[in-house]
Write a new protein. Structure first.
Length: 301
């Protein structure tokens, strides 16, 4: 078996991480986090989402955050857009990539975006067309690709179905998301293989929440299939307001440490990344969720 020689990580901390915070996080803290991630070598950052402020007030400062970040050349700054209204608002902030987010579970689709899977595809259709017109790349997230907080186990065929529908409307890349972190390596491989029925290897990524402590194992299992793109979250921040009890994404620090130990390049400076994690953990007044960061901070002291 040969692993990829390099891996692309998208840090979703500013979005997935902070959308679920009980306390208000000022826009300047979000902006400073993006800058610190850039300083650590992150080229791909999911900055915010253009969703209803009534549903997710934490992301209501989306335009302010997008306007406040000093972008680096070659960087890719992504935002979530669930519908045309969100896309039109996002467009004014010049994102490099937009993310439409659907689900492999009907119940989760209803709870998260207030429509069925079929309706969500119809909402995404004009968004994808608009993005194409403006030369903006489109990623599609497939939530609950392994399990759903409302429906339980989710079959790989459901993932394949959503991947096919996304492909048909012109989505360029799909992220297979274990929203509630229940997946184990073989189940995650089956979900990825389902997406690979409709997208090439270079257009499929993994997005693993670490609720059950399986996310690093699931990342390794993905690498075994040749998957080389992952969403991760600095300090292990994250969660979804519509997936109660789900914890953060796998910590970027933990993934970078594992990959570095396997001689797989990420272009990320682990020490600076840990500094970024310390910054946001201090701002939130809590300990990092990254095991690697905790260990290295302990050694620094
Ligand atoms: P809806 O109620 O069906 O929308 O919500 P609507 O079109 O009927 O509009 C109702 C109201 O919402 C109107 O306002 C609209 O203006 C407003 P009102 O007239 O009542 O004052 N509205 C909007 N406002 C701002 N931006 C918009 C927008 N759209 C409508 N884009 C909607 C549909 C999708 C908007 C809503 O359900 C929503 O905002 N849901 C939040 C979903 C969310 O952010 N979830 C978390 C992110 S997904 C995630 O974390 C999973 C992921 O990480 C992968 C994984 O781990 O699984 C990606
Ligand atoms: Mg997520």
């Amino acid at each position: 078996m040969s692993y990829p020689s390099s891996v692309k990580l998208v840090d979703v901390g500013p979005r997935d991480g902070l959308q679920n915070e009980k306390q208000a996080v000022p826009a300047e803290v979000k902006i400073a986090l993006v800058h610190r991630l850039q300083d650590a070598g992150l080229k791909n950052i999911e900055v915010t989402s253009f969703v209803s402020p009534k549903w997710v007030p934490q992301m209501a400062d989306n335009a302010e955050v997008m306007a406040g970040i000093a972008r680096q050349s070659g960087g890719c700054y992504s935002v979530l857009t669930p519908n045309l209204q969100g896309f039109e608002a996002a467009l004014k902030t010049s994102p490099d990539e937009i993310v439409v987010f659907g689900a492999a579970s009907e119940a989760f689709s209803q709870k998260n975006i207030n429509c069925s899977i079929a309706e969500s595809i119809e909402r995404f259709r004009p968004v994808v067309a608009g993005a194409q017109q403006h030369g903006i790349s489109v990623r599609g997230a497939i939530s609950c690709a392994v399990g759903c907080p409302y429906e339980g186990d989710v079959s790989p065929d459901r993932v394949a179905m959503v991947a096919r529908l996304m492909r048909e409307i012109g989505v360029q890349h799909v992220g297979v998301a274990d929203t509630i972190g229940v997946g184990t390596p073989h189940k995650v491989q089956r979900a990825l293989e389902a997406a690979l029925r409709h997208f090439p290897l270079d257009a499929v990524s993994g997005h693993f929440h670490d609720t059950y402590g399986q996310a690093l194992a699931n990342t390794l299992a993905s690498l075994e299939l040749g998957i080389w793109q992952f969403d991760t979250s600095v300090a292990g921040l994250g969660g979804c307001p519509y997936a109660k009890g789900a914890t953060g994404n796998v910590a970027t620090e933990d993934v970078v440490y594992m990959l570095r130990g396997m001689d797989i390049d990420t272009g990320i400076d682990l020490d600076r990344l840990i500094d970024a994690g310390c910054y946001i953990s201090d701002a939130l007044g809590r300990k990092t969720q990254s095991r690697v960061a905790s260990a290295i901070i302990g050694k620094r002291a």
